[in-house]
Design a protein around this ligand. Structure first.
Ligand SMILES: *Cc1c(COP(=O)(O)O)cnc(C)c1O
Length: 350
């Protein structure tokens, strides 16, 4: 099976398994653990922040960030296709007690005029803006990269109004690679940032939330509140350290295979995907012209040895990662071409 459902399917490397075996087993919730502390310091350094806190998932990191930024009852301004509004089950309101306003965007970047109009103070008649939320790379926008100039403008706007900015940087290292810069430069335009070790970086579990020391102190309390303290987390932190030290530099390889895949699909039917829109390791494709829905496509591809997830009625999301080389890409393209011919109904209707 060629698994293109997500980069979370990546297995730990041999170096990770070795590091896990020799990790410390301190109780991170009691006296602290040296390996966890090393990972947190490394993550803070790599994102240019003062401190970091190791968490079990990206979803929990986002939730803890919302809690730690405070302002219960305030409004979060966030691009309407964001992961937090679409895939985190409403924790933003039900747990963090925040309201939100989805701001329309283009390729994951909020319309800056609309964002400017939406920022407002708290008065006795309205909730003020509590937080501005960015996501880079943007998942639902097919791994689109927010340009640094966009992030800078959003951050400047936020600062004018004394509003903090959080960056959901689950794939920030993919963004940095695509921009030809560092995660630190990307995270510069945000007060807090979290990223996943468990995706393209191949670690089995974990995310790190980074920000100022005071912010991370508050985050540690909220992490405990939501059950995110992990006790003897040394072994998984050890894999995370290897992820940061060894796995970041190979990410452009996943971007290259994603582009190769998109180019192959485009050749089958130009309506499927425009390879120019593929900036990182996500390839969002439309199967509308086939006359068959994405869920049916997913089943058909599985029969042909390729796993892929539907992400909308007519859209599939393919994700390249460390276990996908040119051979797998080409085989997946052939499977798709075969399904398009055998199973697509649109041609017969025309
Ligand atoms: C994957 C992802 C998350 C959540 O991470 P989990 O570890 O799966 O909870 C959050 N935001 C974005 C943009 C993601 O892609």
């Amino acid at each position: 099976m060629i698994d293109l459902r997500s980069d979370t399917v990546t297995q730990p490397t041999e170096a990770m398994l070795d590091a896990m075996r020799s990790a410390t087993f301190g109780d991170d919730s009691r006296d602290g653990d040296a390996t966890v502390q090393k990972l947190e310091a490394l993550a803070a350094g790599n994102t240019g922040k003062e401190a970091g806190a190791f968490l079990p998932s990206g979803t929990m990191s986002n939730l803890v960030a919302m809690l730690a930024h405070g302002s219960r009852g305030g409004e979060v301004l966030v691009e309407e296709g964001s992961h937090t509004l679409n895939a985190e089950l409403g924790g933003i309101s039900s747990v963090a007690g925040l309201f939100y306003r989805g701001v329309p965007g283009r390729r994951g970047a909020m319309d800056l005029d609309m964002l400017r109009e939406a920022v407002r103070p708290t008065t006795r008649n309205q909730m003020g803006t509590a937080l501005i939320w960015l996501e880079n790379t943007h998942n639902r926008a097919g791994g689109a990269v927010l340009p640094l100039a966009h992030m800078q403008s959003a951050y400047e706007l936020a600062r004018e109004h004394g509003v903090p900015v959080h960056l959901d940087g689950a794939r920030i290292f993919n963004a940095a690679a695509a921009l030809g810069t560092t995660a630190k430069e990307v995270a510069r335009h945000a007060d807090s940032v979290c990223f996943c070790l468990s995706k393209g970086l191949s670690a089995p579990v974990g995310s790190v939330l980074c920000g100022s020391s005071a912010f991370i102190e508050r985050a540690r309390a909220f992490r405990r509140m939501v059950g995110g303290n992990m006790r003897q987390a040394g072994p998984i932190a050890a894999a995370g350290i290897v992820a940061l030290e060894n796995m970041v530099e190979r990410l452009p390889e996943d971007h290259r295979t994603a582009k190769r895949f998109a180019t192959g699909l485009h050749a089958i039917d130009a309506s499927i995907v425009d390879p120019a829109t593929v900036e990182t390791n996500l390839v969002r494709v439309s199967v509308r012209a086939s006359g068959r829905k994405a869920a049916e496509w997913s089943a058909q591809m599985k029969q042909r040895g390729v796993l892929v997830s539907p992400c909308a009625t007519w859209d599939l999301r393919f994700v390249t990662h460390r276990h996908i080389g040119d051979a797998e890409v080409d085989q997946a393209i052939r499977a798709f071409a075969d399904a398009w011919k055998q199973f697509g109904t649109a041609d017969k209707r025309r």
